[in-house]
Every structure is written in C-alpha cells, then in structure tokens.
Ligand binder design. Structure first.
Ligand code: SME
Length: 171
C-alpha cells in the first residue's frame, strides 16, 4: 500500500490536470499584457506541479531560426537564446514535435542549465493558422523520467491555450 502511494506520487498521478487546465483558461482569459499573463501562468503551473522545477517559455524570433528566453520561473539560465537544432529546445524547434528526455545525462545534444536537472520535456507551440513555430514550453525536473503521458497531454493542451499570448510577445 505504502509502495503504491509512493509510485502514485512519483508518477504525478496525484495532480488534477483537468482542474489545473480550468485555472489556466481563467488566467489566460484575463485582460492585460500577454507577457504578464504568461509570467503568471508560469507561477501557477510551478506552484501546482511540484515536480516541475523549472517552467518557462522560449519564443521563436520572427524570420530567424532562433529561440529567445521568455517568461519563466526557476533558477536563472545562461541559455537566453538558443539556435534551432541546438539542445533539446533547438531540436524540438526544428522538428516541431514534443521531446521527452527521461535522463538528460544520456542525451548527446543537450544544453545543461543546472547539474540538478535529471529530466526534461519540451513542447512546441504552433501558430494556429500557419502552423509555424511560435515558441515552446520547456520544463526541467530534478527527478529522473518524471514526465508521463498525462503530463505530455496536459502540456500539449497548454501549448494550444498559450499560443496567442506567445505570438503576441514574439520579436
Ligand atoms: N536544457 C535545454 C536548455 C534550456 S534550459 O533547460 C532552461 C536544452 O537542452 O535545450
């Protein structure tokens, strides 16, 4: 029984993603500045999902194959911009598909932010009309293999919900 509870906690099955999605929708519907809304979104998600140790956005620069660091919560990172193709973020930008890395120490094309990071997920945010890359959600965790299918499904829905605000802050 105790072991089962530990497994549940580790898998994130205790997170009510449906309720969190409702809170996200309410936050994103609020009037105001897109960057402020995305910053508030980062704080909400990080406070709600303890295993997300770094949560943030990278924003695709218009007309260039480059990602700029956007709103985030967590330790400061030296990776304030990332060319397409470099690191997990750059590979996700190039392929416009979600990358889940269970163990970053085993990834060959990886940009380290902190030695404490063990796993990472990067979810592309696409323009709803053109399908172009607008940006990405990037999450680091200090726990190995922590991103389950529930996380991925939630974050891919979040990428759709946040797309218009991410478009609005592109340079
Ligand atoms: N680890 C990322 C770099 C961004 S930091 O995680 C914030 C990568 O490999 O692209």
């Amino acid at each position: 029984m105790q072991f089962g509870c530990i497994l549940l906690a580790l898998s994130g099955a205790d997170i009510n993603f449906l309720r969190l999605e409702t809170e996200v929708e309410a936050l994103l519907d609020a009037p105001g500045d897109a960057r402020d809304r995305l910053q508030a979104l980062c704080a909400l998600i990080k406070a709600s999902v303890p295993k997300y140790d770094w949560f943030g956005f990278y924003v695709a620069r218009r007309g260039e194959r480059l990602l700029d660091l956007g709103p985030f919560v967590g330790e400061p990172t030296e990776h304030t911009f990332i060319p397409f193709g470099r690191g997990i973020c750059g590979q996700a930008a190039e392929s416009r598909t979600t990358f889940v890395v269970d163990d970053v120490s085993a990834a060959s094309n990886y940009l380290a932010c902190s030695l404490r990071v063990k796993s990472e997920i990067v979810v592309p945010i696409l323009d709803s009309v053109s399908g172009d890359l607008a940006g990405e959600i990037d999450i680091d965790s200090h726990t190995l293999a922590t991103f389950a299918v529930e996380d991925r499904n939630f974050l891919e829905r979040l990428a759709i919900l946040a797309a218009s605000d991410v478009q609005a802050i592109r340079q």
